[in-house]
Design a protein around this ligand. Structure first.
Ligand code: SF4
Length: 61
């Protein structure tokens, strides 16, 4: 699984609250830690993508 954050991100920090192991806040948008998401965090990443109010989290399975 790979994740990107697009420019729609409104920096609400919700994804960081849901999965701080993978998401962090950059200057203006959220950022993703690492390249490939480890298996153990994939479910919470999917949840973060579903919950993102800006639909800014793009998941590639
Ligand atoms: S939940 Fe979505 S809008 Fe909010 S910080 Fe994360 S990527 Fe950005």
């Amino acid at each position: 699984m790979k994740i990107t954050i697009n420019e729609e991100c409104i920096a609400c920090e919700q994804c960081v609250e849901i999965c701080p192991e993978i998401f962090s806040m950059g200057d203006e948008t959220a950022e993703v830690t690492g390249d490939e998401v480890p298996e153990e965090y994939q479910e919470s990443c999917r949840e973060a993508a579903e919950e993102c109010p800006a639909e800014a989290i793009i998941i590639e399975e």
